[in-house]
Design a protein around this ligand. Sequence first.
Ligand SMILES: Cc1cc2nc3c(=O)[nH]c(=O)nc-3n(C[C@H](O)[C@H](O)[C@H](O)COP(=O)(O)OP(=O)(O)OC[C@H]3O[C@@H](n4cnc5c(N)ncnc54)[C@H](O)[C@@H]3O)c2cc1C
Length: 401
Amino acid sequence: MQNFDVCVIGAGASGALASILLAEKGLKVCIVDKFDKPAKKLLVTGNGRCNITNKNMSSSFYNQNIDDFLHVFDYQDTMKLFKKFGLEIYFDDEGRAYPISNSAKTVQHVLINQINKLKIDFFGETTVKDIDCKNDKYLIKTDKLDILAKKVIMACGVNVFSQNILKKFDIKYNKILPSLVALKTKQNTKKLDGIRVSNVLVKAKIGDKEKIEIGEILFKEHGLSGICIFNISSIFAKNKRFEGKISVNLLKNYSKFQIFDLISSKVNIFENVQSLLESLFASQLSKEILTRSNIPLEKSSKSLSKQEIECLVENITDMKFDVVDCYDNNQVFSGGVDLFCLTQSLESKNQKDMYFCGELCDVDGVCGGYNLQWAWTSAFVVANNIIEKEIYKNKKIVNLV
Ligand SMILES: Cc1cc2nc3c(=O)[nH]c(=O)nc-3n(C[C@H](O)[C@H](O)[C@H](O)COP(=O)(O)OP(=O)(O)OC[C@H]3O[C@@H](n4cnc5c(N)ncnc54)[C@H](O)[C@@H]3O)c2cc1C
């Protein structure tokens, strides 16, 4: 049996950072993870580039008001901290932050470097099976060893194990659903599979809630994907059902009148309507617009009636889809531990010395570095609180970074 001040379950983004901050202050910390190396999940983030945070940071990018936490640790603190760890970061035009190597491996590398430097005990390829609480200590049972710790940090994301622990310790959590995910639609999109359209406006309406996103969409065999759709998916996750309607405006920079004029101006240039539409859209997408408008592909452009042009305009600016489900490629989960069950330090209100970080909390943001920022922020909040309690005996500290 090994003894620690703190046992961190999960060496992902939040767990790795929490353990580093605690060990820097001299606490005896261990991290347990199924993977052989810490921060392994980071490697798939940001398409392998790891979008570490975002300059445009506020609660409006999240499903929850997390301003109180962002006041403690926001994107600038993330920048400072990672700079201290030796990572160079740049911002793109939309405020997204990436390592200058453009490789997520570099982010993993600097975190592992700190973990090794601080000689943090990392139990890799080890799965936590259960947690017991006895005599004010936690017994963490894994498939390889038992660990005894004064405090436990749950940084293991959403899975069957974490949900079992929440049930066991009677910690309320909100329904868990995939978010930032591609959407399946009733309409058959097989022929459009692989087509990307940028600068579109996507609108989702569920009851009285509406969400609008501008960006790129990618047609898939059974529906729609792309950052725009990922962000739109969060409204369905929030509504706890992947059912509803979305509308895509394929030419958002033009008014309906302008599109009408644009099509009218081309009737003498292109012989048939399909060829006319192909001057604006990919071939399969042109066919889709014509099919939806009930216009034969080979119809002569010159013979288009006013009503038919209006119908085309309608399908271009308001291409309707019925969402019936989601894919299983979600980047995050919505739902998780209800923040009302946690203190401002993210400690369980009814289970002393049990803390929660990262995705396991009911906090999820849109694409753009927001979910990792929550991982860093929550890790800092938890570590800061444990340090205040254990080292400074409840005296407030302000300058940990
Ligand atoms: C494809 C993809 C791309 C993404 N891109 C971005 C991006 O660019 N920017 C962004 O902000 N967010 C991105 N995200 C979201 C981001 O990765 C997560 O929000 C973040 O990693 C959550 O951190 P975490 O510490 O809560 O959990 P995780 O990073 O998921 O770590 C949890 C760890 O716990 C371990 N674990 C779980 N159960 C056990 C157990 N029983 N025993 C032992 N170990 C266990 C796991 O092995 C894992 O290492 C992306 C997600 C995906 C899937």
